[in-house]
Design a protein around this ligand. Sequence first.
Ligand code: SRM
Ligand code: SF4
Length: 598
Amino acid sequence: MSKASVEDIKLASAGLRGQLAEQFADASLSHIPEDANILLKHHGSYQQDDRDLRAKLSKEGKEKAWSFMVRTKMPGGRISAKQWLIHDDLCAKANGTMRLTNRQGIQLHGVLKGGMKELISNVCHSGLTTMGACGDVVRNTMGPAAPIKDAVHEDTQRLTEEISQRFLWRSSAYADIWLDGEKLDPEWIKDPEVDPAVRAATKAAEGDDPIYGKLYLPRKFKIGVAIQPCNDTDVFSQDVGLVPHVVDGAVIGYTITVGGGFGMSHGQLSTRPFLGQPLLYAPRPNVVDAIEAIVTTQRDHGNRTERKNARLKYTVQTMGLAAFRAEVERRLPGIKTEDPKPLKFDSVEDNLGWHEQGDGKLYCCVYVSMGRIADPQDKPGYRSAFAQIARELDLPFIVTANTNMIIADVSPDKKAAVDAILAAHGVVHADDAGFTRVRKVAHACVALPTCGLSLSESERALPGMLDKIDDILRELGLENEPILIRMTGCPNGCGRPYNADFGFVGRAPNKYAMFVGGSVRGDRLAGLEFKSVTGDEIPARVRAFLEAFKAERQPGEIFADWFARTRKLGDAPSAEQFHIELAERAARLAGEKVDAAG
Ligand code: SRM
Ligand code: SF4
């Protein structure tokens, strides 16, 4: 499909309606055409096929094993016990698992075409929505996961919800296709649990979208909020990052970063990851308006002819940060912005285990391996454990950006019951399990068998590699060191590998590009160390770095700081660093020095 045609498809879609209603009603076909899939993304779903079966089915002359992935949006990862149980029930009608996503949402995989309408309508009736979970719009807004009951955490969560509401696309198409046109305050919408964003969706009028117009955005758009010093939402990877400025315990405004984003193509110099850059500071009452000015600047100035260069990060690069800021401020008449405040983070990690919320209640952050909620025979039975907690204790959950799960609002008298349910299903707290610190934060994207873009394994491969890396860490006495390892099955970067200490990026089956030198703080990009390593080689490659770190580190120095101090080529990545491996960069550098001397 030519890139421009995505724009044509959106333009001709009558508010993202297309023929989706008819196509999903047609029981004679197991799948929908590709142009319909483009529109479907905006409704929070992708058409996929089972990649494990693809070759076999093709050999047998059969059609692909089609199904759909459905993504639920949850601002700040919040989901009630009732909503969780509805998703648990729905996943039984899909492939029996749920995937916590690293944008704090939930994905169901393997939904058959005939079951889509009922499933999406059930998600909506739970009070959440799939609307805008994918597509060229503002996606799920991320926020600090910890449910601390103070003014700052409450404000950041409120802000994620305000953003979700403001940037929900407006058209009655969603309600017409999935909800039989339910628009005007049906009974369920009066439920206090219903997300205000869903209310807006069902009431939306047909016509030009007030923010997105007829063409929507040139590309996906991602927003995340983080409270210093905890960078759990990886704020510099976002198109727009928001960091509260706190005076006397109250939030008085937010520093806004722009232009983060990780997607790229191997070897294509015109594509690369960027970290967000501080743009401006806006007083609290004007923050959502300031974001809207950024979104509309991207809408009007983003590249609409080449989707590979259409993200905000390229718009900011093309316009230059100062010109971009001037344009944003031009769209904010009467609002006084300031220069951004200094930002400093210490880690992207979650605070696993039990903690106080500050209101007499507790929360427990449970490690979930790669975010996959299932009941495998050999345990841990995450799915039955969380369902039992929801059913019997009625406790809300929060999905973290590291795809772990927080059980929130636990009164002290329920703590033992939570522990007992987790233990009964073989779910151990990370602290009790003796996990290495690397294991607690390592993440892999979904990849095979569902992702149509994956070039290699990721979710299914990383845990086994981590077993070997754990042994090395223990052997070297580094099991409590903060080191971030992330993996993806292709260069799109869903697992956010490019700011990790070690990032492995799929190139081909069992082959990965190895990036080294990001930071557990999420504030530095890595560089390409080796163009291609096999999965089997990965533990030994990591070992070489760990041994050098152990030998050379200064007292108290973490891996990221050792790397920055000792590896000159690892610091301050240039555009080429993402496509040229270290040995060649070093040779070039040496050549430059010789030339300079000569
Ligand atoms: Fe992603 C596309 C999964 C977070 C960058 N991503 C996909 C698709 C939908 C594949 C496709 O287009 O056919 C994947 C579905 C796989 C499956 O079978 O479930 C997919 N992305 C995911 C998730 C589930 C990975 C995870 O480990 O949790 C995350 C869902 C988050 C959510 O709830 O919304 C997910 N994707 C990310 C992130 C990280 C983030 O947002 O914090 C990134 C990098 C940050 C960024 O956007 O720059 C990311 N996904 C991409 C890209 C590359 C975008 C680009 O600018 O080039 C694609 C491909 C595309 O858009 O063309 C992609
Ligand atoms: Fe799929 Fe690539 Fe994203 Fe992994 S990084 S989920 S392989 S698109």
